[in-house]
Design a protein around this ligand. Structure first.
Ligand code: ADP
Ligand code: ZN
Length: 720
């Protein structure tokens, strides 16, 4: 037998495979998509089996070993990978690698294995019963009586008694696979869809469109509809994939699914250990589960009979991977949906402008839910003009926010405060000469973190001890400007000494399980206020939260990006959606320096369509999506001059090839230097997708050998 292997290094010949011979002893382990270890020149490399042939060829080298026990990448996924590689302008092997669960990708030495546990079983029941009448050992009697009911793990039994019984030939130890993620049993809950939900459900299942956009206000009960749709799919013997943003993969949503379904559910997210993730995949491959809930990469779950794919919070930018391969899980869902003839349901209170436009044009079925389930009312939103408050001396908290916080504390209700910036201060500026302290490796300001008393770069991780000395004028005049989550928490405690606070941002959630702990603690009312970055805006359901305060709604608005208004509106709607989800009415206070901006003003009415109608006019005028597609070429290099020159060459090449398309740049990247690499960007606005994908793949092959620069492609980038 010979096989075609796609090896792990990029050999500059587009996705070329190499042939190897398979020794007799390994033939049974060979499956398409498995990884093998092969000799390659002087090296030993990993590679994927992409072809299997029955012929003999003794001239070929032998493979060294088969790495994988299971083949995760089945035929469908191998084909899908080719399409993704093409569409995202990335090497095939790196697409396959990112389709594999994390942990599988690691070098062979630490590839995860299944966890096995020693079990004990009886050899012959009659012999045991006879022995029980004779023996006097209490411990042995206890062990045997337990084993008469069922096999048990050795760890639950008296080891020395077991060993004696093994010697006597009465019991045997054997090893058994055990899944690492243990699922505590939960009470089953049956919820009946209300009339609006029932209508939405029927519209979805009766639609003749491949894609459905479920646009429902926060708390309208979209999750209940998802679960009913999955019920139907399961009853047809098919499988379901549910994608949620990483950050909403909290125990809350998993618990809800577990209490609805009798069936087991596999859960995939980044907080799992490699071993846990490996086990979740084993459940899928062994067909022990029919439902997967996971973040972006769960779209590659190796199911073979998909009946529905649900994407919750479809507007979330986490569905697009922000490093190579830059695939978008929603587009992958469309491809897999087509293959299996399965519907794709996109759900959101604030869909992307592109999705809503497609729904309005009739490419997607549009299904809407305008009111909250179980009679909860949408919260009242007050917008506070901070330019006026500042004049009264209220820098961080407006008068109204303070009064409302006090009121909630008195009523023992809970408060969420959003400040979209972590750390203590935003940046450090010299009061004497005005110079701002920057990262030595990146062109970006450092942020002071009080807990660690250090200045940190949020791009490269550079950290230095806090200093007050300006590096330019050497005076002792560096001051902290602006504020982040840490400072807001500190100020709040100063104003309300008895307040119990929790903080949720990247800094407090890096430890495994800490995110869950914070949520659980807040849920148990162990704190009055939860202060956090946009992490707190999504998917959480705290019945006692009746006040949401947005400290500064302008942080995203001020970014130079055509989506900044959309992102602002999303964030405000999502975070508002956390207030008043139960019988207690909710209130939202939004502090801003731009009270007249439509994305802030319109968040008051919870009417997405109003916002859409404003935003779409601007998109049209400026030829931005959905009126065009955007591709970003990012060129990085160590030498500033060389990088400009090479970038210019790419720009010229493109301009020669395009007709109607618009090519902008090269211009200096949004951050011009990261980790001592200089970045330039070229932007293309276009309508003819295939033409540009082909052109970019051409540029990829042309620049792959260029050692002076590294070129990356981002189709429909998350941000510009
Ligand atoms: P969404 O996903 O649209 O934000 P959820 O599905 O989380 O909304 O529903 C919001 C709240 O309303 C949840 O607490 C949920 O349990 C409740 N709920 C939803 N549908 C129903 C229903 N038909 N009957 C009773 N409660 C419901
Ligand atoms: Zn840096």
């Amino acid at each position: 037998m010979t096989i075609d292997v796609l090896v792990e290094i990029n050999i500059n010949k587009k996705d070329k495979t190499f042939s190897y011979n398979v020794p007799e002893t390994m033939i049974n382990e060979i499956y398409l998509g498995k990884r093998v270890l092969v000799p390659f020149g002087k090296q030993t490399l990993e590679g994927f089996i992409l072809g299997i042939h029955d012929k003999q060829d003794t001239d070929l080298k032998d493979i060294i070993k088969v790495i994988d026990k299971d083949s995760i990448l089945n035929k469908e996924l191998l084909e899908l990978g080719k399409r993704i590689s093409e569409d995202s302008v990335t090497n095939l092997v790196s697409v396959y690698q990112s389709m594999l669960p994390k942990g599988y990708k690691a070098s062979i030495k630490n590839t995860v294995k299944e966890k096995t546990v020693l079990y004990v079983k009886l050899n012959n029941i009659n012999n045991v019963k006879e022995y029980l009448t004779k023996t006097k050992s209490k411990n042995q009697i206890e062990v045997l009586n337990k084993l008469l009911i069922n096999d048990l793990p050795l760890r639950d039994l008296n080891t020395s008694s077991v060993n004696t019984l093994v010697e006597k030939g009465l019991v045997t130890k054997y090893s058994k696979e055990e899944y690492r993620l243990n699922n505590e049993s939960v009470d089953k809950v049956v919820t009946k869809l209300n009339t609006d939900q029932e209508n939405a459900y029927n519209k979805i299942i009766n639609s003749d469109k491949d894609v459905i956009l479920l646009n429902g206000v926060t708390g309208s009960g979209k999750t209940e509809i998802y679960m009913s749709l999955i019920d139907k799919v399961l009853s047809e013997g098919k499988e379901a994939i549910v994608l949620v943003p990483e950050i909403s993969l909290t125990p809350q949503i998993i618990q809800r699914f577990r209490s609805h379904f009798k069936e087991e559910i596999a859960v995939l997210h980044s907080a799992l250990s490699d071993g846990e993730r490996y086990d979740e995949y084993r459940k899928i491959i062994r067909k022990e589960v029919k439902i997967v809930i996971g973040a972006r990469s769960a779209i590659f779950a190796p199911f073979t009979n998909i009946g529905i794919i649900i994407i919750d919070e479809e507007h979330s930018n986490t569905y697009k991977q922000d490093h190579n391969p830059r695939y978008n899980a929603i587009e992958v869902a469309f491809l897999r949906g087509k293959t299996y003839n399965a519907k794709v349901v996109l759900g959101s209170a604030t869909p992307t402008i592109e999705s809503y436009a497609r729904a309005k044009k009739g490419y997607y079925e549009l299904v809407e839910l305008k009111t909250r389930a179980n009679n909860a009312v949408l919260p009242l939103v007050n917008i506070i003009d901070m330019t006026k408050e500042i004049r009264k001396g209220n820098k961080m908290f407006s008068k109204e926010l303070l009064l409302s916080i006090e009121d909630r504390l008195n009523k023992q209700e809970q408060i969420l405060l959003l400040i979209n910036k972590r750390g203590y201060s935003n940046y450090l500026m010299c009061e004497f000469c005005g110079s701002v302290r920057k990262c030595p490796n990146c062109d970006i300001t450092l942020t002071y973190h009080k807990t660690s008393d250090m200045n940190r770069c949020h791009y490269c991780g550079y950290a230095e001890n806090n200093t007050k000395i300006c590096s330019d004028c050497k005076k002792d005049s560096l001051r902290q400007m602006g504020y982040g989550t840490e400072k807001v928490e500190e100020e709040l405690i100063k104003l309300f000494p008895n307040i119990r606070t929790l903080r949720m941002d990247i800094d407090t959630t890096t430890k495994k399980g800490s995110h869950e702990e914070i949520i659980k603690s807040f849920m148990n009312h162990e704190a009055d206020a939860l202060i956090g970055t946009q992490m707190i805006a999504k998917g959480l359901d705290f019945p006692l939260v009746t006040l949401v305060g947005v400290i500064n709604a302008d942080t995203i608005l001020n970014l130079p990006d055509f989506r900044s208004c959309e992102r602002t509106y999303d964030l405000l709607s999502q975070v508002s959606g956390r207030a008043g989800r139960s019988s207690l009415p909710g209130k939202v206070i939004i502090q801003t320096y731009n009270p007249d901006n439509y994305s802030i003003k319109l968040s008051k009415t919870h009417n997405y369509e109003e916002f859409y109608n404003e935003e779409i006019k601007i998109r049209k005028k400026l030829y931005y999506p959905p009126y065009s597609f955007i591709a970003l070429i990012k060129i990085g290099g160590k030498d500033f001059k060389e990088t400009i020159n090479e970038s210019n060459k790419i720009g010229d090449y493109l301009r020669n090839k395009v007709e109607k398309e618009i090519v902008l740049g090269p211009s200096v990247g949004s951050v011009s230097r990261i980790n001592n690499i200089y970045y330039f960007e070229i932007i293309i606005k276009y309508r003819d997708k295939q033409k540009i994908i082909d052109l970019l793949n051409e540029i990829k092959s042309l620049t792959e050998n260029n050692r002076k620069i590294k070129v990356e492609f981002d189709i429909n980038p998350n941000s510009l």
